[in-house]
Design a protein around this ligand. Structure first.
Ligand SMILES: Nc1ncnc2c1ncn2[C@@H]1O[C@H](COP(=O)(O)OP(=O)(O)O)[C@@H](O)[C@H]1O
Ligand SMILES: [Mg+2]
Length: 227
């Protein structure tokens, strides 16, 4: 079974002369087809775990196992490729490119992920993903004309268009009102189940846990509860 596993992950930062340990031996497994929520108070280390799990920043100690490899031992170019092809990202802000239409943003993502081969028809992939996020009618729109909720739907589409195995989302609903937050969370959960992704979502909103399959709670750099 496909998994992404953090084993005894430690991370320290230098705070002036003092070394501060912000992750104190974290063990975390993401499973296929499951949304794992990462909760905990501000500063507890949620974003640090997410970015280390996604190989966006180095760890101080520990292992990250993905597809039977310890990613910590791979070369930067190998990591870049895994990130571009097998991971998808959603953040608090949608980070859409202002001068590209919805369709062009998605097309660019396929180029970055180097999705090739005869079974991939670019226009078809774009059409399919826009249907999945119910945004077909906004295909030719520029970001400035989209609402906050619509922007985040396109951000989700862009995160999944290359069919990643893992989806990372750091507070994806923090800029949205409650109704739109629910919609986005529900969308992410449905996509996680139907596309069998391993999804890690950082959230501090209690009501969003309804749309997650497993909850991991952090406190002061440690996991204190899993259920
Ligand atoms: N690049 C960094 N340099 C120094 N300290 C950092 C850095 N990134 C995070 N930290 C510290 O690590 C702790 C955890 O941060 P973070 O993972 O962002 O928490 P959360 O996402 O749970 O709010 C905080 O005390 C934060 O100040
Ligand atoms: Mg954070």
């Amino acid at each position: 079974m496909s998994q992404l596993q953090l084993e005894q992950v430690r991370k320290s930062f230098m705070n002036g002369e003092v070394e501060e340990e912000v992750l104190k031996g974290v063990n975390l497994t993401l499973n296929k087809g499951e949304v794992t929520a990462l909760i905990g108070s501000s500063g507890s280390g949620k974003s640090t775990i997410l970015s280390i799990a996604a190989s966006l920043q180095p760890l101080s100690k520990g292992r990250i196992i993905f597809d039977h490899q310890n990613l910590v031992e791979l070369k930067p170019e190998q990591i870049r490729k895994i990130r571009a092809q097998q991971y998808g990202f959603v953040f608090q802000q949608s980070h859409l490119v202002p001068f590209l239409t919805v369709e062009e943003q998605l097309s660019l993502m396929l180029d970055i992920a180097e999705v090739k081969g005869s079974k991939y028809d670019k226009q078809n992939e774009i059409k399919n993903v826009l249907e999945k996020v119910e945004m077909t009618h906004r295909q030719s729109a520029y970001p400035a004309s989209l609402s906050g909720g619509e922007k985040q739907r396109i951000a989700v589409a862009r995160a999944i268009i290359h069919r990643p195995k893992v989806l990372f989302a750091d507070e994806p609903t923090a800029s949205l009102d409650s109704k739109k937050s629910n919609d986005i969370m529900q969308l992410i959960q449905e996509l996680t189940h139907s596309l069998e992704m391993m999804t890690l979502i950082v959230t501090h909103e209690e009501e969003m846990l309804e749309y997650t399959d497993r909850v991991v709670k952090m406190s002061d750099g440690e996991i204190i509860m899993v259920n």
